[in-house]
Design a protein around this ligand. Structure first.
Ligand SMILES: N[C@@H](CCC(=O)N[C@@H](CS)C(=O)NCC(=O)O)C(=O)O
Length: 229
């Protein structure tokens, strides 16, 4: 059995959507980010970075003691290796999948995350920072759009971990204030993923949240601001 420690955020959805797609049995432990549960010693023993998601696999690949896995990208690779699914097995296909997965982990996630921080959560609005991260976020989405002009999915013809990782973030582009206007390949890809049953289920883990309307945004941001210590 796998225990997933998570919250309803893009990095959290990456893990829950992957587990749902693979049909692996797992239990969910919801982490309360606004009370800083992710910084409590018991959780730091699982994820030394004090962030979500993380998981513990009681029956790790290769046997042995329960294994704690942190960093959402590493979790997706671990799950793909455990099951032999959602990532090509041939070296060229695997390399392509890892390139796009790392592109999400090192680019899309951090840049859009910072766009959220400066556009939505920062108590002081700093135009330079807002513009810097929104512009970089848009540039990265254009890179995805170009890739998706030549390929059905990010790693190639088949849906896989790189798509799961990236979709969880493109889903919240509006919240980051980043326009997807004119990115028709990205839109086609996004739409083709959003109604997958496993995606719908994974996005409801640990509980369903709706992205707030602009009117409710300030209340939502006030709550989210508690994460910024
Ligand atoms: N590189 C990490 C980033 C994880 C991350 O930033 N998670 C956010 C939620 S999306 C979090 O836990 N924030 C709470 C905090 O910063 O304390 C990963 O991909 O797992």
């Amino acid at each position: 059995m796998i225990t997933l420690y998570t919250s309803p955020t893009p990095n959290g959805w990456k893990a829950s959507i992957a587990l749902e797609e693979l049909g692996l049995p797992y239990r969910v432990h919801a982490i309360n980010l606004s009370t800083q549960e992710q910084k409590e010693p018991w959780y730091l023993a699982i994820n030394p970075n004090g962030r979500i998601p993380a998981m513990v696999d009681d029956e790790p690949l290769g046997g042995g003691e329960p294994l704690a896995v942190f960093e959402s990208g590493a979790m997706l690779v671990y799950l793909a290796e455990k099951t032999g699914r959602l990532m090509p097995l041939d070296p060229v296909g695997r390399s392509r999948a890892l390139q796009w997965l790392f592109f999400q982990v090192g680019g899309i996630g951090p840049m859009m995350g910072q766009a959220n921080v400066f556009y939505r959560y920062a108590p002081e609005k700093i135009p330079f920072a807002i513009e810097r991260y929104q512009k970089e976020g848009r540039r990265l989405l254009e890179v995805l759009d170009n890739r998706l002009a030549e390929s059905a999915f990010l790693a190639g013809p088949d849906y896989g971990m790189a798509d799961i990782a990236t979709w969880s973030w493109t889903h919240t582009a509006g919240w980051s204030g980043i326009s997807v206007e004119g990115l028709e390949n990205l839109r086609r890809w996004h739409e083709s993923i959003k109604d997958r049953p496993a995606v719908r289920r994974g996005k409801e883990i640990p509980y369903p949240v709706e992205l707030p309307t602009e009117k409710a945004a300030e209340d939502f941001a006030k709550e989210a601001r508690k994460m910024l210590v």
